[in-house]
Design a protein around this ligand. Structure first.
Ligand code: NDP
Ligand code: 2IT
Length: 449
């Protein structure tokens, strides 16, 4: 191999930005990873000479397609569908589908890239992908969502399969959408295989999958606290979001004796100083997943203030769990959180914290868990769903909860092993370095491709 010049973050990022112009979320996700990986790669000439980071930041392939469907009035609607098959070095492409009007290539590439490291951290044999569409499920009837999902799957089905690429849910894609898409896949292919995860329990879904991301995130926080001889019991917690991840993060916090004082959605946040209990959370779950209404209705029902168009980070708390979307916690908000008594953050969402905010938390030496570690429970149970489908078995709640717990504990330990520096654990470094090695070594073993 020829000698290569020293790799610098600046040089690497300027090349990446030139090749991927305007993809700001993708740049951000890569920069966060490259900041830690470049010094690591420079210590191992085998990675550097094989151009491993350049290869890892280039998706294997990107599929973009037209999705045409008819609304209830008979109007023809056109959306854009995507699947970014990022890396299958250690298993079939695996990652969620997002349906949201903001979906674009930059967002899906950042999500697919992060998925490489997250999926590797789970220790399961799953590669990385992400997809979705700029379709907005809000305000659509079930029949419209069904027609959209069927049209979307008609094209996507040509590119996925249980050993090729196994999509799942993400923002705007829950049990209803997965069911429509699985039904259409089964019809088109005339086969019953585990090509999607997050399925209904009647047709190959795994127990605990619905709860897995939120529960896993809280287990991760529990491990971080335990590591510094602390516990969740009695802690005041701010959650953002009120979708799948936020709901089950809230439930686990309540079960473990913590106090959930905020939740939010795209219309604003509620502050419930008495704490959201299980009964109130049931109301929220019904409101968001069945009635599909704004959280303002929760505030109205329980006579609480609703902070329209605001995020919850101004509310004093000890622990914060951003569980809605990317870049929803900025540096100014981090500084507001960092007042007396603040202990730490575990990301339930993907990249919810900006780079400036991460630095603010780390400078203050509070706990900070990046999503690729703390939200890996969802994809981990998806991986277990794939295993159950392939052996045509379904494991019990207890079995799956135990596996989920063990995986989150193991990811925490890997972060400690790779991220400890002068008594502070840099979980971002730990997750990036620990997630990298398995994928990089597999890619090296395959030779140049
Ligand atoms: P849901 O669609 O179930 O919920 C999303 C929540 O975030 C809703 O409360 C939604 O509000 C809010 N939200 C979405 N977009 C925005 C926005 N642009 N601004 C403000 N609020 C917004 O999605 P999930 O709970 O599944 O996903 C949440 C996050 O967790 C995402 O970052 C996702 O990538 C990540 N994640 C999800 C996993 C999973 O298994 N589902 C696994 C790992 C990570 P509203 O209801 O008003 O739209
Ligand atoms: O971001 C994620 O890890 C997910 N949306 C879940 C992916 C999956 O395949 O379960």
């Amino acid at each position: 191999m020829p000698e290569r010049n020293e790799l610098t973050l600046e040089h690497f990022m300027s090349g990446l930005k030139r090749r991927n112009p305007g993809e700001t979320e993708f740049h951000q996700a890569v920069e966060e990873v490259a900041t830690y990986l470049i010094p690591h790669i420079m210590k191992f000439p085998k990675y550097h000479s094989a151009q491993i980071l350049e290869r890892m930041t280039e998706p294997d392939r990107i599929i973009i397609f037209r999705v045409c469907w008819e609304d209830d009035q008979g109007n023809v609607r056109v959306n854009r569908g995507y699947r970014v098959q990022f890396n299958n070095a250690i298993g079939p492409y695996k990652g969620g589908l997002r349906f949201h009007p903001s979906v674009n290539l930059s967002i899906l590439k950042f999500l697919g890239f992060e998925q490489i490291f997250k999926n590797s951290l789970t220790t399961l044999p799953i590669g990385a992908g992400k997809g979705g569409a700029d379709f907005n499920p809000k305000g659509k009837s079930d029949a419209e969502v069904m027609r959209f999902c069927q049209a979307f799957m008609t094209e996507l089905s040509k590119h996925i399969g249980e050993n090729i690429d196994v999509p799942a849910g993400d923002i705007g894609v829950g049990a209803r959408e997965i069911s429509f898409m699985f039904g259409q896949y089964k019809r088109l292919k005339n086969e019953f295989t585990g090509t999607l995860t997050g399925k209904g329990l009647e047709f190959g879904g795994s127990k605990i999958r619905k709860e897995a991301t939120g529960f896993g995130c809280i287990y991760f926080m529990q491990e971080m606290l335990k590591h510094q001889s602390d516990e969740l019991q009695g802690k005041s917690c701010a959650i953002s979001g009120s979708g799948n991840v936020a709901q089950y993060a809230a439930l686990k916090l309540i079960q473990l004796g913590a106090k959930v004082i905020t939740m939010s959605d795209s219309s604003g946040f509620v502050h419930d100083p008495d704490g959201i209990n299980e009964e109130k959370l049931d109301f929220i779950i019904d409101l968001k997943t069945v009635k599909r209404q704004s959280l303002a209705e929760y505030a109205k029902h329980y006579k609480l203030a609703f902070h329209k168009d605001q995020r919850p980070w101004s509310v004093p708390c000890q622990l914060a769990f951003p569980c809605a979307t990317q870049n929803e916690l900025n540096e100014q908000e981090a500084k507001a959180l960092l007042q007396k008594g603040f202990i730490g953050v575990a990301e339930g969402a993907n990249m919810p914290t900006t780079i400036g905010a991460i630095q603010a938390f780390q400078n203050a030496k509070v706990l900070f868990a990046p999503g690729k570690a703390s939200n890996a429970g969802g994809v981990a149970v998806s991986g277990l769903e794939m295993t159950q489908n392939s052996i045509r078995m379904s494991w019990s709640n207890e079995e799956l909860e135990k596996r989920l717990r063990d995986i989150m504990t193991d990811i925490h330990q890997k972060c400690v092993d790779h991220g400890s520096e002068n008594g502070y654990i840099d979980y971002v470094k730990g997750a990036n370095v620990a997630g990298f090695t398995k994928v990089a070594d597999a890619m090296l073993a395959y030779g140049v491709m």
